[in-house]
Design a protein around this ligand. Structure first.
Ligand code: ADP
Length: 638
């Protein structure tokens, strides 16, 4: 074969290959699982065709995966009668990595992690075909695509490349021949040539594969004609099916271990961590389906990007008909992965028809209910787990509250959590309202960039001082979500930095009203000095020790103004909250201002601007006239 030119592997394939060949990963045994799962996928494709294409006459019972072991030649052979590969497919599928996305991720995490973890990642991801290089130093793949009369041999001994040559194979399918590495001081590769080892690996990793995995096994029996009291034995070979062929989602949850679910999840959905929750659902009646769903413990690396595609795998009576059926999941539960298997769906159903399928809609509704139920159970019974989940996906739930004009708020409101002035652990709305102070009617919240910054907002200090709990909103979506909710039970939400915070007694209110009326000329003068950035200047009694603060009137808060103006396309169409500068009526500055209004209006004008600038900075707002303010402050110092 020396005259045949070798083709180099693509760069990133080379890297992965190199990792495989030199892997010191302890679970090298996963190579068998990977090859069997490829064989099963290839048969799936073939079986699907046989069901949908009249030209193909194959029965389900015709399909099988075979494993053969030849100890003397140190060879394992895995063959299937699936769809096979054309020459191009051999080149493209085995010469390049299919899942380059996950490989990029692997590389990324490699840079910021220590060695043992990388190795774990190798094992946990479905690294596919290349994992065979962990145990093998020469791999031959003979394949013939269905409908093609030619077969090809792909061969590689490692990083220096591969060859593809024509060969003969009498029917469609793929045969993979692994030459098993010689044992070394540290590694025993020969064990993979033992029948019992192969048998237990199939049981452990591939039991649920829905086609028989057969192997010729050696058995022994009494030689015919030898007496029972003096038996002689002979060994013979017999085909044995090694797997039970029951898909994991067809088994009762009690029959499957957590470990089995986790390993199924990691292999199938390309995660390197266990799921935080496994959800199973089996229903019979109006709709018949089995669902096996997983909630990941962390957001996939592309979760908050456009690339991310939600969806569940869809099976029709055990045959996969769609890889990602997005109609099965609402956007706010897009983090859920897994599969649905239903006998009520037709195999030939097209994507367009599926969208309008009544059964599918029913299944989707039931699944949504189930997920919501499981999440609220987790919140009640496994608080720590829920908080981990919420860190990863809470934002998505809040978008869910806001989206579709609040249509889903009933489902979602009790799953929300917020940080609050009461301490480190987040609080649900039910908990908040459950511990409200006597006489408190509204749910208080304040928004800002960080919890620390919010805690220092004058109005927040004043409200917390009185013993009320304030929710701290730090994400852009938070305030929009609360606005959509409007109220929780009978309690309205109130931004403490907005007009309408009403904590005063009647006497205090009357006093305030009078002050504002008596000094209206002065307040107007101050507003005019500041300019357009405020709508009014007013006295207030809601600020504890602070001289001034910014509050807002109307539907738009300061935080929402910031968020909306940051959105793409907002440059030409900026929105503005109606801001009010509030002066603390009980602060000495109030008397000072009144005095200046009588004696020194120029100075009052400067003071107004400086106070407004102070208030804006405390609220996390920027200044458009920073140098003017700096000049004014300097003048005062001279
Ligand atoms: P993955 O299976 O995750 O896509 P692999 O590296 O294991 O990644 O396989 C790459 C591709 O090679 C598969 O997607 C499939 O198209 C093809 N392939 C692998 N094994 C077989 C097989 N036994 N029969 C047909 N095609 C196969």
């Amino acid at each position: 074969m020396s005259e045949i030119k070798k083709t180099e592997f693509k760069t990133e394939s080379k890297k992965l290959l190199d990792m495989m060949i030199n892997s010191i990963y302890t679970h090298k045994e996963i190579f068998l699982r990977e090859l069997i799962s490829n064989a099963s996928d290839a048969i799936d494709k073939m079986y699907f065709r046989s069901l949908t294409d009249d030209q193909v006459s194959l029965n389900r019972s015709d399909f099988e995966i075979r494993i053969g072991v030849d100890k003397d030649r140190r060879q394992i052979v895995i063959s299937d009668n699936g769809c096979g590969m054309t020459r191009d497919e051999l080149e493209n599928n085995l010469g390049t990595i299919a899942k380059s996305g996950s490989f990029e991720f692997k590389n990324e995490s490699k840079e910021n992690s220590s060695k043992p973890e990388d190795i774990d990642i190798i094992g946990q991801f479905g690294v596919g075909f290349y994992s065979a290089f962990m145990v093998s130093d020469d791999i031959q793949v003979v394949s013939r695509a269905f409908g093609d009369d030619k077969a090809y041999l792909w061969e590689s001994t490692g990083v220096d490349g591969y060859t593809v040559t024509p060969c003969v194979k009498d029917s469609h399918g793929t045969v993979i021949m692994l030459h098993i590495k010689e044992d070394t001081e540290d590694e025993n590769y020969s064990e993979f040539l033992e029948e019992y080892r192969i048998r237990s690996l199939v049981k452990k990793y591939s039991d649920y594969i829905r086609y028989p995995i057969r192997m010729k096994v050696t058995k022994s029996r009494r030689k015919e004609g030898t007496p029972e009291d003096k038996p002689e034995y002979e060994s013979y070979q017999e085909d044995e099916t090694l797997n039970s062929m029951i898909p994991i989602w067809k088994k009762a949850q009690s029959e499957v271990t957590d470990e089995e679910y986790a390993s199924f999840y990691k292999e199938k959905y390309y995660d390197y961590e266990d799921p935080i929750k496994v959800i199973t659902q089996r229903t019979e009646g109006m709709t018949n389906y089995d669902a096996l769903l997983f909630i990941p413990s962390h957001a996939p690396f592309n979760y908050y990007s456009r690339e991310f595609e939600k969806g569940l795998q869809l099976y029709s009576s055990g045959v996969m008909i769609m890889e990602k059926c997005k109609d099965l999941l609402p956007d706010y539960f897009s983090f859920v992965t897994g599969l649905v298997d239903s006998q009520d769906l037709s195999l030939n159903i097209s994507r367009e028809m599926l969208q309008h399928d009544r059964q599918l809609k029913r299944i989707a509704q039931a699944i949504e209910k189930k997920i919501a139920g499981e999440l609220s159970k987790m919140l009640k019974n496994e608080r720590d787990k829920y908080e981990t989940f919420y860190k990863a996906f809470g934002t998505q739930l809040k978008y869910g509250v806001y989206s579709d004009y609040g249509m889903h708020k009933e489902v979602l409101q009790d799953l929300l959590m917020f940080r609050s002035s009461f301490g480190d652990s987040p609080v649900t709305l039910e908990e908040y309202t459950g511990r409200m102070k006597e006489g408190q009617e509204k749910i208080y919240f304040a928004a800002g960039d960080t919890e620390e910054q919010i805690a220092l907002i004058p109005q927040v200090e004043a409200v917390t001082e009185k013993g009320y709990e304030v929710l701290y909103l730090t994400e852009d979506i938070d305030e929009f979500a609360l606005q959509m909710l409007m109220r929780y039970k009978e309690h309205e939400f109130l931004n403490v930095c907005r007009d309408g915070l009403d904590l005063a007694t009647q006497e205090e209110k009357d006093k305030l009203k009078k002050e504002n009326e008596d000094n209206s000329e002065m307040l107007t003068f101050m507003k005019d000095s500041i300019g357009d950035s405020v709508k009014a200047v007013r006295f207030t009694n809601t600020l504890k020790d602070h001289p001034v603060a910014i509050s807002s009137e109307g539907n738009l808060s300061v935080g929402m103004e910031k968020t909306l103006n940051r959105m793409p396309g907002a440059e030409d169409n900026k929105v503005r909250a109606d801001l009010v500068m509030e002066i603390n009526i009980d602060h000495p500055i109030a008397a000072k201002l009144k005095e200046l209004f009588e004696n020194d209006k120029d100075r009052l004008a400067s003071y107004s601007k400086i106070l407004n600038a102070n208030a804006r900075l405390i609220s996390g707002l920027s200044l458009s006239n920073a140098s003017e303010i700096a000049g004014l402050v300097c003048d005062l110092m001279l």
